[in-house]
Design a protein around this ligand. Structure first.
Ligand code: SAH
Ligand code: SF4
Ligand code: F3S
Length: 456
């Protein structure tokens, strides 16, 4: 009988894509996927370490899985694997703290999963922990990963028309608060030919929207290259944009310091590139930005925003903020609110600063009290909600083009090119569009986080 795998994914799109890859690898090794951990022979926990809270969630899930494993002990053997950023960071310590864990896989080791599981089954696994992180790691060819069995219900199947494609791994920026350069290693770019081939295959399979992924996509091609190529991120975007049948192209994440004219021009010139840009700013205070080691000032950020809007007036900007960075004064925080109001971001993710192992800021003095962080976060989010709502209200009684992502009997959901979630009902007499169709919705209701209307 086929073995059953369940994968729980925490963290960013990079982790989602890695989970997809593990699902694909396992489906070729005789596993089927289940949404229910109770039904699984193998449970993989793909972890995130970006904030302390994210890490705590992992340990609490692992605690629950110990009970599940114990309860089933007399009927069947459940294997538990931990991978992703907490695995890379904590390594053997995970097994010491959670002895019921069978395998710990670092962020470059997911491709070894079938071989290691095989050794585990045969009782030949000598090291439960595989953590090598090599600056010259070649991201393996992917062709064989793209085959999927109908029984494999990974996030790939949940998003049949929108997919992620990795273009690079790792990060060399060492922002002082961030764990990623330690958990994902050095920046490595994938060869252009591999990326293009993957996009072409996905589009031929019916995928309509591709998001190119990396921690720092606009330094693509500038750091460790797998193949010897002199290709920049704008070159890559232009090449991907030419793939016939691709309707929408997005990318995430960019670093403001590496955002140059060449990339800004792509927003004006490439029709498939969505007018939506996630450009994390983190803070509006120059002192804080300097201590974060971000490499730009608030003024430089604002100048780039202005140029982006000049090139693509309808561009929707999104960002990330950290509040309560060590030493952040009320005045620093007010500068962040000011920047939010100046740019009028369509949306943002905002987080309370959290000390991370190895991150430089963990050693900084003047940590901010938890209640002040919470109060600042609430003020920032309140302001963002007002601005997001104002943007969405501007779409009232207008027709918005969406890519349909989900349908039920009478209603559906999609996303605008600017990345707004749009729920729709059908106009009487009109038939339901299919998932993957581009359709228009006349907006009748606007909230801060979504829009609602009638499909035309
Ligand atoms: N590579 C991206 C995103 C990295 S992680 C970038 O350069 O911006 C996603 C977000 O998590 C970051 O943008 C930041 O806002 C937040 N983050 C990272 N480390 C954090 C920490 N120690 N405490 C709180 N938030 C953090
Ligand atoms: Fe972390 Fe900075 Fe790299 Fe983003 S750019 S992953 S915040 S170190
Ligand atoms: Fe989290 Fe690692 Fe992504 S720390 S945000 S899963 S790169």
């Amino acid at each position: 009988m086929a073995k059953v795998v369940h994968i729980k994914t925490f963290g960013c799109q990079m982790n989602e894509r890695d989970s997809e890859i593990m699902g694909q690898l396992l489906s070729q090794n005789g596993y089927v996927y289940s949404d229910m951990p109770e039904a699984a022979d193998l449970i993989l926990v793909n972890t995130c370490s970006i904030r302390d809270k994210a890490e705590q969630k992992v340990y609490s899930l692992l605690g629950q899985l110990r009970e599940l494993k114990e309860k089933n002990r007399h009927f069947r053997q459940i294997r538990i694997g931990v991978c992703g950023c907490v695995a890379q960071q904590e390594g053997r310590k995970i097994i010491e703290r959670m002895p019921h864990v069978d395998l710990v896989l670092g962020t470059q080791q997911l491709y070894q999963l079938p071989a290691l599981l095989d050794q585990l089954e045969k009782g030949e696994l000598h090291h439960k922990v595989a953590l090598d992180l090599d600056a010259n790691f070649a991201i393996p060819p992917f062709q064989q990963l793209l085959r999927e069995t109908p029984t494999q219900k990974s996030s790939a199947v949940a998003r049949p028309v929108q997919r992620y494609v990795n273009i690079m791994q790792g990060c060399n920026n060492f922002c002082s608060y961030c764990v990623v350069p330690y958990t994902r290693g050095r920046e490595i770019s994938r060869p252009l030919a591999d990326i293009l081939e993957e996009v072409e295959l996905l589009v031929a399979q019916g995928v309509r929207e591709i998001t190119l992924l990396g921690q720092n996509v606009n330094s693509y091609g500038k750091t460790n290259r797998v193949a010897d190529q002199a290709i920049t991120f704008p070159d890559l975007l232009r090449a991907v944009a030419l793939v016939q049948g691709l309707k929408r192209l997005r990318f995430t994440t960019s670093h403001p310091k590496d955002l140059d004219r060449g990339l800004i021009r792509c927003f004006a010139e490439l029709e498939v590139l969505c007018p939506h840009f996630h450009l994390p700013v983190q803070s509006g205070s120059n002192q804080v930005l300097a201590r974060m080691n971000r490499g730009y000032s608030a003024e430089e950020y604002l100048a780039k925003v202005e140029e982006l809007r000049r090139m693509r007036p309808d561009i929707a900007l999104a960002t990330d903020f950290i509040v309560g960075f060590p030493g952040e004064s009320e005045q620093d925080f007010v500068a962040t609110i000011q920047l939010l109001q100046d740019v009028r971001f369509h949306s943002s993710f905002s987080f309370k600063y959290s000390d991370r192992p190895q991150a430089r800021s963990t050693g900084f003095a003047d940590k901010i009290a938890e209640d002040i962080k919470s109060e600042r976060l609430a003020r920032l989010q309140q302001k963002q909600t007002e601005i997001s709502l104002a943007w969405n209200i501007m779409l009232m009684h207008k027709k918005v083009e969406i890519l349909v992502e989900h349908i039920s009997a009478q209603t559906g959901r999609g996303r605008s090119a600017a990345n707004q979630v749009v729920h729709f009902q059908l106009q009487p007499g009109r038939s339901m569009p299919a998932v993957g169709d581009i359709t228009h919705v006349l907006i009748e209701h606007a909230g801060p986080h979504s829009l609602r209307g009638i499909a035309q």
